[in-house]
Design a protein around this ligand. Sequence first.
Ligand code: NAD
Length: 489
Amino acid sequence: PELFLPERPNSKGFDLTDVPTLDAIDAARAPFRTTQIQAAPLLAKEAKPKPFQFVTNPYSTIDSAGSVAEASAADVETALSNAAPWDAQPSLRSQALNQAADLYEANFGKLFALLAREAGKTPMDTVAELREAVDFLRYYAARIPEAAPVGTFTCISPWNFPLAIFTGQIAAALAAGNAVLAKPADQTPLIAFEAVTLLHEAGVPRTALQLLPGDGTTVGAALTSDPRVNGVAFTGSTATAQRIRRAMAANLAPGAPLIAETGGLNAMIVDSTALPEQAVTAIIESAFQSAGQRCSALRCLYVQEDIAEGLLEMLQGAMKELCLGDPWAFATDSGPVIDTAAQATIADHIAKAKSDGRLLFQLPIPQEGTFVAPTLIKVAGIGDLEREIFGPVLHVATFKSDELDAVIDAINATGYGLTFGLQTRIDDRVQHVSERIHAGNIYINRNQIGAIVGSQPFGGEGLSGTGPKAGGPNYLRRFCTEEIPTQYR
Ligand code: NAD
């Protein structure tokens, strides 16, 4: 069957409503259902062999997609001392990144299987992730800047988009001609290993791209506090970004750029004119898709008092329709959270709400896997949320018709500014709210997750990130300088 949709500016997707397409995806990923990957540092020079440890599968205690040997202090030193900017002609860099995009597509069966087994990604999430990764490669490949590279860039990524964000940072740094030291999230080294292997196969030299799996406090900290590093691209929590900034300030050149994309306390306002079915669909997708493990996910819903009772009843009905289960299955809407540590943190938060009598509704969950029950918690307002709860927990507040501006002020007062959603049929209100809300990405009358490379760049403000937005026209500039650093002259 014709697997991909017709040509368009962004990558070709899969039609998941088409049974032959599903069969073809199944056939492509089936050989990798039990594959074991051994991931190790990929350095410019051979590394000493090290012990491997199993990588967990969030859905199964008896399956693992493979094991990882983490980078040692000696590996970090090897990487730092052998890193060399990618001095190939811009057209050759572009060619290699495009070639990598083609290789990602050609290997989609393996990547598809790994995203389920290592990160608990459902097919729907996986398709979006693969496409975004490919889009980042092609988008930056088409926009290789004229300016000189900054030098050596450390790229540190989170587990929740282990292919797309990992690839996006690297692709931009490489497009600009930098040397990249890539530190994937501790939980998802296997996907990162496959991605870097494909990038090398596509022609990116080993001195320009090295992979250093390991945890944040050792490998991550070492790669952000060495003066030989000239810039850092980071995506993860706000607290980690602040730690990295302090380490950079103490050790790197004062001008070293930090591009940080961080957490959010994202809100949606539903007023009494909103279409209830549309609002409920948007709320379900925004709060519970990917088990709420998206930086863009909806954390605090404000519903206008007049419609709250009916809307919340519909919302609970829709929640009951969610299919929670094996991320491998096409029917699954939402899988487990990433690991037992995340599960325990979210469960504590829910337990506290329960003991305070604020639990509104909760779904039953499967026995196997690190699941957290999709949950509704009553709050007076977003100010009640002390921090980002990175899971399928939606906080719900109501507001009166004359309180809209107070709600906007409360949302802005959190200091975060990542995504924001509005459901209304009043045009003037769209204008009014959009002008006042502080958020990088605003979504009107739709869900508030997802972004599209090139047409809807993604990134926040305030505590949510430094900008420039990923997948947008300004991103690559931060990876460049007009001056060539001395050590590379
Ligand atoms: P995290 O901050 O715990 O870890 C992110 C990365 O930083 C990991 O690779 C980790 O090993 C590394 N790290 C940890 N401590 C470090 C240190 N001291 N020095 C250097 N590196 C260190 O975040 P996470 O749990 O992996 O990801 C979830 C978070 O990421 C959420 O807050 C989410 O909102 C955010 N996120 C933001 C975006 C965005 O685009 N704004 C996208 C995805 C995720």
